[in-house]
Design a protein around this ligand. Structure first.
Ligand SMILES: *Cc1c(COP(=O)(O)O)cnc(C)c1O
Length: 489
């Protein structure tokens, strides 16, 4: 075993070590035949490790210390808005009145959560300028797909089978993926030299067989699409819809509303903008907002407030695209987002956006003399640089990212957006102090010096982490996610 390796509990298990010992049962045992049908019963007892409580505790604490997360390091993962997750909202979501609810309960016994869902939809309408919101989608990508299904349903109702969707070349990879899964064909739009949607290219490609434009605003270069109203007009004049990827809403909260600048439908990422935990696969939440015109197509069920003031779920919307998620969505995430919105209030949300933009611009100014920046002008919540050349390296973005781990920071997003060579996409978020931003900028400046003078330090990084460079392709394609006693070594 290598010095840093943490052995599996199974490997350190030894018989009779188990503590505390569970006392013998002093009530009559119910025959198992009464409880479970034979096909559901185990054929042999589970293989569990035999360990003392101290060993188990140490094992998990040791593992948790190896984790790099937003609670122990600065985590500037561009496009993902990895901000501080308040523990107060965790506590609220864990309250038994929320956590122990069953989705099959009678509406009269769950008035509180129904009111919360109803209120959360209205907060999101107010924040985004849309007429209606559905909390159903389980993540941003799911919100994208739900939105495109709504657009398709609306087109069908008009008797149109438009098949194409326009997507800027700077878009997040989920955009073309959701679009394809929803049955559309994607057409790429070129970004102009200023990093924004090229209106001439849009005009040329916006024909009458195009159902929608998928725009991201602020876009993935961290720039506000200043011609968004004009772009929406071009699409609307040809009978199309504009979908907005709202993953970057953190930058414009309380400042600009997509519903006001001509968007027809948008997804939110509660796990980015509204500070719910994110990473490790979620759970996330990707609500969508729509205009009045598209509201009838929203997924069911929808929380409603009845005339007598009681809340219930409406399952009978005649034009709905149907149910896209079990029950009402990822409730615990929605509770945390609702609590975050209530905690900050309207003024607090606006301040969060202003600080996010200020922090990103601070880093932009500190780094742009040393790192090549994609667009050197005022950015929104994130900024995109290129990694410096590193002798003997084909992926300098990767090298800079790994070296940052040695300096105690989580790396930024690398190699996205695709239109920037060796991209380093940095999003500091509003929750970081100037001192942290300075430490991070100092580390990146030092890394730039190393890239020129000691390139091997980057090629070999990381050296100060429990494990060195991992085989990321194998980890993505052939992940080993659970212990299997019969697997070959
Ligand atoms: C994160 C992100 C998405 C997808 O959201 P998920 O919740 O990860 O599915 C889409 N677009 C942009 C710009 C994003 O940053």
């Amino acid at each position: 075993m290598k010095p840093h390796e943490v052995p599996l509990l199974f490997d350190v298990s030894s018989e009779g070590r188990c503590y505390p010992v569970v006392p013998d049962v002093d009530v009559p045992e119910k025959p198992v035949d009464d409880l479970l049908p034979p096909e559901c019963r185990r054929k042999s007892p589970p293989r569990l490790p035999d360990l003392g409580a101290v060993e188990v505790t140490r094992h998990f604490i040791r593992l948790s210390r190896r984790n790099v997360g937003v609670d122990n390091v600065f985590y500037p993962l561009g496009s993902c808005t990895m901000k501080f997750n308040p523990k107060a909202t965790e506590k609220i979501a864990a309250m038994s009145g929320f956590a122990m609810l069953h989705p099959g309960q009678d509406y009269s016994s769950v008035q509180g959560i129904l009111e919360l869902l109803y209120e959360c939809e209205h907060f999101l309408c107010e924040i985004s300028g849309f007429d209606a919101v559905s909390l159903a989608p389980a993540a941003g990508a799911h919100g994208e797909m739900t939105s495109l299904m709504i657009i398709r349903a609306a087109l069908r109702e008009r008797g149109e089978g438009r098949k194409k969707v326009l997507i800027p070349d700077s878009a997040h990879g989920t955009n073309p993926a959701s679009c394809t899964i929803a049955g559309f064909e994607t057409i790429s739009l070129k970004s102009g030299p200023d990093g924004l949607i090229d209106l001439e290219d849009l005009k040329a490609k916006m024909t009458e067989d195009v159902g929608a434009l998928m725009a991201t605003n602020p876009n993935t270069l961290g720039l506000f699409e200043t011609d968004i109203c004009e772009a929406a007009k071009i699409v609307h004049d040809k009978g199309g819809y504009v979908y907005m990827d709202g993953a970057n809403l953190n930058a414009i909260l309380g400042i600009a509303r997509p519903g006001d600048f001509g968007m027809d439908v948008m997804h939110f990422n509660l796990h980015k903008t509204f500070s719910t935990p994110h990473g490790g696969g979620g759970p996330g939440s990707g609500p969508i907002g729509v205009t009045k015109e598209l509201e009838p197509f929203l997924p069911v069920p929808r929380p409603v407030k009845n005339e007598d003031g009681e809340y219930s779920m409406d399952w009978k919307s005649p034009k709905t695209i149907g149910q896209t998620r079990t029950f009402a969505g990822n409730i615990s995430v929605i509770v945390k987002a609702w609590a975050y919105i209530r905690m900050l209030g309207a003024a607090g949300l606006k301040r969060a956006a202003e600080h996010a933009v200020l922090n990103a611009n601070y880093l932009r100014r500190r780094l742009s003399g040393t790192y090549r920046i994609a667009q050197d002008r005022m950015c929104m919540h994130e900024c995109v640089f290129s990694a410096p050349e590193i002798e003997g390296s084909k992926a300098p973005g990767q090298d800079v990212a790994k070296r940052l781990l040695d300096y105690g920071f989580h790396p930024p997003t690398v190699y996205f957006p695709l239109i920037v060579p060796h991209a380093l996409m940095i999003e500091p978020t509003e929750t970081e102090s100037k001192a942290t931003l300075d430490e991070f900028a100092d580390a990146l400046l030092e890394i730039a010096r190393e890239a020129a003078e000691e390139p091997e330090k980057l090629r070999e990084a990381p050296v100060n982490t429990p494990v060195r460079r991992l085989d990321e392709i194998a980890a993505a394609r052939k992940p080993i996610l659970r212990w299997n006693p019969d697997a070959p070594e």
